[in-house]
Write a protein that binds this ligand. Sequence first.
Ligand SMILES: CC(C)[C@H](C(=O)O)[C@@H](O)C(=O)O
Ligand code: SF4
Length: 472
Amino acid sequence: MTATKAPTTLYDKIFEDHVVDRQDDGTCLLYIDRHLVHEVTSPQAFEGLRMTGRKVHAPGKTLAVVDHNIPTTDRSKGIAEEESRIQVEALAKNAKEFGVEYFNELDIRQGIVHIVGPEQGFTLPGTTIVCGDSHTSTHGAFGALAHGIGTSEVEHVLATQTLIQKKAKNMLVQVDGKPAPGVGAKDITLAIIGEIGTAGGTGSVIEYAGEAIRGLSMEGRMTVCNMSIEGGARAGMVAPDEKAYAYLKGRPKAPQGAAWDEAVRYWETLRTDEGAHFDRIVKLDAANLPPIVSWGTSPEDVISVTGAVPDPDQIEDEVKRASKKRALDYMGLTAGTKMTDIPLDVIWIGSCTNGRIEDLRTVAKIVEGKKIHESLDYAMIVPGSGLVKQQAEAEGLDKIFIAAGFEWREPGCSMCLGMNPDQLKPGQRAASTSNRNFEGRQGFKGRTHLVSPAMAAAASLIGRFVDVRTLG
Ligand SMILES: CC(C)[C@H](C(=O)O)[C@@H](O)C(=O)O
Ligand code: SF4
């Protein structure tokens, strides 16, 4: 008699396929297939190796790229900011010394680490991927198990190609329905976080499923998985399908020829079995989803563009009430103000959430032949990678942006977190396509409203938020 195997989730499958050792308390040693490295969280890790005379265990499975600290203006003559320059130089030196492939700031393949990985085919279904960066969850869009890790773990992975992990809980986020035109991946992910809160995914790996998720492009799925971490989850993932294979086929680091066919056969097995157990299931209907805007200083502080700034006095919990009052104070907003009445100073389009070619095409469609509103201080577009920039320019999108009055910059993280000179000034209010609206995130006392690329583009023409569904 053969025992029937219990149905398992996509996460269970990838996790179990990578267990090298399991202790009685459930602590596992996981094999890591891919390690992405950037300049912010790697210096001490390489230093640790150096001090103990260790090598990088699998340089071929490691890819380094510079993204957070680089200016988005011409950088052919070096980096003026000393601290940034030191970090960038350290990564260049470490990559060379340890034999790790490195895309420097002048390399066309350089960009935000989470955009570069998929673009190069370094990110593949069924793999374990880590990076010393919380938004590593992005890569889960391809059906990879992708975690953010800390610097000491970066050192551990560099030295051993393994990571110590305990199994997370399984959470399913099922998004059904077809969103209205103009409503998309960013609205879906913001709505999910609004629903579950920033701690909603704690200790879990989220699998996104349902008609709305299947209907998203790979870019859209990356946007959704990217923000899993803002919902507190360890990782987010989508089962790979034809869209994932089509995106990856022919990419420089993807398997070729017979190896490709074999890989696809394996990838086809990466599905959650019928009847597999989820510890938590959350459902969302995308059909009725409005465009979403954040009003506060946490990604869970979201509301429909048709709504108004909420009143914290309505919140029963005292601690929460105080924190949301503080958020309103920081944001310079009054309860009851219609979201469409809030005047904006800056429009910022980019980041690993929304700095891909599809995002830029969406923006171009909306701003083509129009001008950004005169009340804005500026509007800036930062492509997520050199290849995104090249593609956009090949399609003439840069001309559309520049004619509309946008600044068109070099790729990097830029104002997503302002580690480079792209920062909001105190009090400046931005519509931003990034993922975090924390206090000071985009510059000291800067105010961030998280939105989709379509919403940012529409706002750039009016100087205020506008419901993209009404644009026609
Ligand atoms: C600098 C880096 C460690 C950080 C992260 O881990 O996410 C950054 O990318 C961010 O988005 O805040
Ligand atoms: S674009 Fe923003 S969120 Fe993404 S890695 Fe860079 S700083 Fe982090």
